[in-house]
Design a protein around this ligand. Structure first.
Ligand SMILES: Cc1cc2nc3c(=O)[nH]c(=O)nc-3n(C[C@H](O)[C@H](O)[C@H](O)COP(=O)(O)OP(=O)(O)OC[C@H]3O[C@@H](n4cnc5c(N)ncnc54)[C@H](O)[C@@H]3O)c2cc1C
Length: 445
């Protein structure tokens, strides 16, 4: 009897890191202290995927049993930043307070996770708290690495340079474009996976349109320097983009990777990836930087990561390959599809079902097909709506050829999608356009 009591006490006092502590990490605790530290569902990251899943989990297990760990006071609808960088939307229209998007009753833990301990079902935050869970949803997004380009991020203090990828630098893109006089306007794509792989070139098409509108286009040489060997990964849409590139006199250089910015001289240095050791220097009047990206450091150093550092999940059901009570969604995962909010939406519906089944000790039965989408903004009123799946085949919602530039798609991107995001995805009601696609294709897709 005494032995068992001592054992229980030891368990109660076992900390996340395995050392004795007064924080309680074990499951199914009953003391009031344990109740504060333990959640049935713990969501890490309060971005698109994290908020959407916490809304869905609230409906499943009740608000009091769900917590979200998110350090930022602000939540952003990042897809709008393409338009913010081109002066078509304000940054404030992409922003809400985090407190307003956390589902009511769900606990918001305003911290940064510093350590995962999936063998003990708990995490440790930068404030030193240890929080345990029965089910963990990892939705950390990805990490931007401006510092991997020599001269950045401090180079952003100079004018003529911007980046739509960060809330701190997106306005600088618009400043550089507004103040363009004459010379090279250069747009880059790094040598890493990125989120929204179309965004690095969308701002090029918008800049071209702006310079035409303001009568400066004749004095501009527009250049897209990309690390990739293709303009876009899906041929159907790449073919359309090539026609635009040619008709608008845009220059594309493949396998050019930005490695240094000399903002005082307005010079950008690129390595030629197919000729190791060879570099080329471009002068610029405007430079849009898409930074190298990678998995969050905290994930990379944990046992949840695959060899490349991304969250190692099953591509069909989004459950962790080694820890069955851990799940993932969004940019931080190793799902072999393009990283977008549209993908997050489709994933959220599948993950909801997977977790439901796991909670009932049933086999997951709904599969994610890799659906993702990229509205390729090609001017201030046109979009090519790319939609595709794991196979790289188009998976289009509408029964029309979506590889054509269309005004209706622009209005969808600029006006309708933000509403679907705030009122559908973040509330856990929007699981992607799958059901509508079926209806529009008379059940054939
Ligand atoms: C310029 C641009 C244009 C885009 N255009 C489109 C588009 O047109 N269509 C589209 O579908 N998608 C687009 N996207 C991509 C889309 O925004 C992302 O794919 C989507 O937001 C991913 O959601 P997520 O939840 O995985 O990550 P995020 O929404 O980035 O959320 C991650 C969250 O984790 C938090 N976090 C980070 N570290 C920690 C930690 N240690 N502890 C706790 N929390 C942490 C962060 O603060 C953040 O809130 C675009 C993105 C950009 C930048």
């Amino acid at each position: 009897m005494a032995g068992s009591f001592l054992q229980t006490s030891r368990l109660l006092l076992q900390s996340c890191s395995g050392t004795p502590s007064f924080h309680v990490c074990k499951l199914h605790m009953t003391s009031s202290m344990a109740a504060k530290e333990h959640y049935k569902v713990l969501v890490v990251g309060g971005g698109s995927g994290g908020i959407s899943m916490s809304a869905r989990m609230k409906r499943k297990v009740g608000a009091g049993n769900v917590a979200v760990i998110e350090p930022s006071e602000k939540h952003y609808y990042q897809p709008l930043w393409t338009l913010v960088g081109a002066g078509a939307k304000s940054i404030s229209s992409s922003e809400r307070s985090t407190s307003s998007v956390i589902p009511s009753g769900v606990k918001w833990i305003r911290s940064r996770v510093q350590e995962f301990n999936p063998d003990k079902n708990c995490v440790r935050t930068d404030k030193g708290s240890e929080i345990s869970y029965e089910y963990l949803i990892v939705a950390l997004g990805l990490q931007l690495h401006y510092e991997k380009i020599k001269g950045l991020p401090e180079g952003f203090k100079y004018p003529k340079i911007g980046s739509n990828y960060s809330v701190q630098t997106v306005d600088k893109t618009w400043n550089a474009l507004k103040n363009f006089k004459e010379g090279n306007a250069i747009f880059t794509f790094p040598n890493t996976p990125v989120k929204c792989a179309g965004a690095p070139q969308k701002i090029m098409y918008l800049s071209d349109a702006y310079l035409r509108k303001t009568g400066k286009r004749a004095k501009a040489n527009i250049i897209y320097n990309t690390s990739l060997p293709v303009l876009f990964g899906i041929k159907k849409y790449a073919d359309s983009l090539w026609k635009i590139v040619k008709s608008r006199d845009l220059n594309v250089n493949f396998r050019h990777n930005l490695i240094e910015v000399r903002p005082d001289k307005q010079e950008a240095v690129f390595e030629k990836l197919d000729n190791p050791g060879e570099t080329v220097v471009f002068e610029y009047e405007m430079l849009h930087v898409t930074p190298p990206m990678g998995p969050p450091d905290v994930l990379k150093r944990s046992s949840l990561a695959d060899e490349a550092g991304w969250l190692d999940v099953d591509k069909d059901i989004l459950q962790h390959k080694k820890y069955p009570n851990v799940f993932g969604i969004g940019d931080c995962t190793n799902l072999p599809t393009a990283k977008t909010a549209a993908a997050v939406a489709a994933q959220s519906a599948v993950l909801d079902r997977t977790i439901s089944n796991v909670m009932k000790n049933k086999q997951p039965d709904k599969k994610y097909d890799g659906y993702t989408s990229c509205p390729l903004v090609t001017s201030y009123n046109t979009v090519i709506l790319a939609e595709f799946d794991y196979t790289g085949q188009p998976l289009e919602t509408f029964p029309i050829d979506q590889s054509k530039e269309r005004m209706i798609m622009y209005y969808m991107k600029a006006s309708l999608m933000p509403q679907i995001y705030w009122h559908g995805l973040l509330k856990g009601f929007w699981g992607g356009p799958g059901p509508y696609r079926k209806i529009m294709h008379l059940g054939l897709k």
